[in-house]
Design a protein around this ligand. Structure first.
Ligand code: PMP
Length: 323
């Protein structure tokens, strides 16, 4: 298959050309026990993005950003060096795509980032450059910019500004939701990190479903999009502390603030009552979905939430405290 046109998995029972074509087509799963035990008015379904090969929603943009740059002639395997500051799922996503396509990838991250993340990146052959934890993400960003300036053929995906990020959710994630709900969906709830997921879904589905409610979730401890000051929080992957350029805030109908405590509690509840161990930001999403679903005017409506990652990626966090 030529570079630059890996398509997402489109039919089962077929051998894949490489790991890359297994991205996407994640299952949409109802939460029947929670609906009953909590007396919810609406029906809940989670789109399980941890069914992506490296376990998160970011696998979609890892592939999409690299293939968009290939199509534009910006990068080619064996020559280009990819550099991105990220302490999260984006590094792992870029890592498996880089390995599968034969790119060198350098990820910069604060040295406070969890050990399982660092080791996973190194296992994928990614070069990890640690910056002082006290400098936070801005230290990692400065280091990545310095590498870009001093390295020939270096290219930075820049997930917060890259239009291939919302575009892949518009053409793929949203279409999967449309297909799997048969076009019957009343609200979509997602956490906002770069804003790519929610912006892309809103772009595709709002014109078809004018009454669709697009609900964004941010950490109550750092509700910058709601007008609060940024602050430290433990909901990895959302609440970047600034307004990303690709986020189209005017497409969002409701912004919900969810606390760390509420996120952890909802994630644990989902594991125990549905057998579905979701990550922390997915817990925040589920909490927001349950709040919406408790409203009598949501009776009989269908609420779809994006579960961005799996609980096991957070083994060293408070999600597993006391277990
Ligand atoms: N949850 C997790 C765990 C993530 O890694 C991300 C991506 N940063 C998100 C939610 C939010 O996705 P997006 O960047 O598309 O807003």
């Amino acid at each position: 298959m030529p570079e630059g046109n890996t398509s997402p998995a489109s039919c089962s029972g077929r051998m894949h050309e490489s790991i890359l074509s297994t991205v996407g087509n994640t299952p949409l799963v109802r939460l029947p026990r929670l609906e009953t035990t909590h007396g919810l008015q609406a029906h809940l379904a989670l789109k399980l993005e941890f069914f992506n090969p490296l376990g998160s929603v970011k696998d979609r943009i890892g592939l999409a950003m690299i293939e968009a740059a290939e199509r534009e002639g910006l990068i080619e395997p064996g020559r280009s060096i990819l550099v991105e500051p990220t302490s999260g799922n984006t590094g792992i996503a870029l890592g498996f795509v880089a390995a599968a396509k034969g790119y060198r990838l350098i990820v910069t991250m604060p040295d406070g980032a969890s050990i399982e993340r660092r080791k996973m990146l190194r296992l994928l052959g990614v070069e990890v450059e640690l910056t002082p934890a006290r400098e936070g993400m801005s230290g990692a960003i400065s280091r990545a910019e310095a590498i870009i300036r001093s390295t020939p053929h270096a290219w930075m995906p820049r997930q917060f500004d890259n239009i291939a990020n919302p575009a892949v959710h518009e053409t793929q994630t949203a279409e999967e939701i449309w297909r799997d709900t048969g076009g019957k969906v009343d609200a979509v709830v997602a956490g906002i990190g770069t804003g790519g997921t929610l912006t892309g879904i809103a772009r595709a589905l709002k014109p078809r479903l004018p009454n669709l409610q697009i609900v964004g979730v941010e950490p109550a401890e750092s509700a910058v999009l709601s007008g609060d000051d940024p602050g430290p929080h433990d909901i990895q992957g959302i609440g970047a502390g600034f307004r990303p350029s690709i986020l189209e805030l005017d497409r969002i109908d409701i912004l919900k603030r969810v606390t760390e405590r509420e996120s952890f509690a909802a994630a644990r509840l989902c594991a125990r009552s549905e057998g579905l161990p979701i990550g922390i930001s997915s817990g925040a999403v589920l909490h927001a979905m349950m709040e919406l679903a408790a409203d009598p005017c949501m009776k009989g409506k269908i609420i779809v939430g994006i579960a961005a990652s799996f609980a096991e990626r957070y083994l060293s966090t408070d999600l597993f405290a006391g277990l």
